[in-house]
Write a protein of this length. Sequence first.
Length: 161
Amino acid sequence: MSTEPLPPAVEADAPLTVEQILNGIAMGLIVLITFGNVLARYFTSQSFAATEEFSIALLIVVSFLGSSAAFAFDRHIRVGFFVDRMPPRWRRAAEWLSFAVTASLFAFIAFYAARLTFDQYRFEETSPALGVPQWWYTVWMPVLSVALVLRLIATRLRRRT
């Protein structure tokens, strides 16, 4: 366990971000869906297998929102063994390179996920279990990818390094 103090934004009295609130709601919905499915199996020996579609879509939402919150609080996973040993100027360059690569990756995801979503809408694809439009699930990937890129830019501008 690390003994270093948390950054000010992560302290216990810090207000929750939009990402954290939405993430909590999404995780709560996953718990309710799963709990309902367990109860249905226990009492009726039947499963609400179709609800798995909602759970999978919500897990994707949780992943993107969690990533955004991690970047906002500078708590994302990184290996700093070499970067921490670089001179300050090179360290800043490495941080900018990391920012550029990460923002480019999520911009790439946003672009291609938007194309996928549009194709699903255009060809009226439906989900296998519930038969609802498939784009209802995939629309969140481009939306949250764009939000994540904006969060990355805002965080980088706030640090001004």
